[in-house]
Design a protein around this ligand. Structure first.
Ligand code: DC
Length: 222
């Protein structure tokens, strides 16, 4: 296991990735974006035209596919059978469909195993997702749970989409996030919730820089 494991969990569009990336740079650590893993399996299954509710077939796809999760500076490059899909997994359809993959217990089991393998090869790691502090790394050195009001998360998501040239109404973004929250919180395996020993940070009124500074302080105090 890595010498330093920091977990960041929390609901969709709460700014986890940006914070995790910046924290990774400050700590000279490697970033593991576990959402990207669920997204990659979603994309591979869609490309293979496999029903997203057929767990047996999904598991076959997962085992037969060569996924690349490569640490890049402050980010993670993702490939499927050697083809770069780092951008493609951010697609709106993949975003909406990933919750089906995330609810499949056997897929989660396999991805958690891959996450632990990945961590074992690093010296310091910042890992981000929904179940990193609860399931994947219960013995992590420092655990964070980032939350923000739904309205604020929707605003942040809209700004992110606008930067990519995609316009969407605030209400439709809110509804999509609400749906993802519901699915994340209610699945039986690896549901979204703070670990008992997680530091919960409400980022609604904080800038990214303020959040990063707060997390760094907590890490240094430990
Ligand atoms: O964080 P994200 O939006 O990239 O996550 C994509 C999907 O994967 C989302 O439906 C939540 C799910 N997910 C999960 O269930 N467990 C994780 N550790 C990370 C992501």
């Amino acid at each position: 296991m890595a010498d330093l494991v920091v977990t960041i969990d929390g609901p969709a569009a709460g700014g986890k990735s940006t914070v995790a990336r910046l924290l990774t740079e400050k700590l000279d650590a490697v970033f593991l974006d576990t959402g990207a893993m669920y997204r990659a399996v979603t994309l591979a299954a869609t490309q293979a035209k496999v029903s997203l509710s057929d767990q047996g077939r999904l598991l076959e796809i997962l085992k037969a596919t060569e996924f690349g999760f490569k640490p890049a500076r402050g980010a993670m490059e993702v490939s499927i059978n050697g083809r770069d899909v780092t951008e493609q997994i951010r697609d709106e359809k993949v975003t909406a469909n990933a919750r089906h993959i995330a609810s499949a217990p056997k897929i989660r089991e396999e991805l958690v195993r891959m996450q632990r393998d990945f961590a074992a090869r690093q010296q310091a790691i910042v890992t981000e997702g929904r179940d990193q502090g609860t399931v994947a790394f219960p013995d992590a050195d420092v655990k964070f749970y980032l939350t923000a009001d739904l309205a604020e998360r929707a605003k942040r998501r809209r700004a992110e989409l606008a930067a990519k040239g995609a316009e969407q109404s605030l209400e439709s973004i809110k509804e999509a996030i609400r749906q993802r929250d519901r699915s994340d919180e209610n699945r039986t395996v690896g549901p979204l919730k703070p670990a008992d020993d997680a530091i919960v940070v409400d980022t609604t009124d904080l800038s990214i820089e303020e959040v990063v500074a707060k997390l760094l302080n907590c890490i240094r105090e430990r």
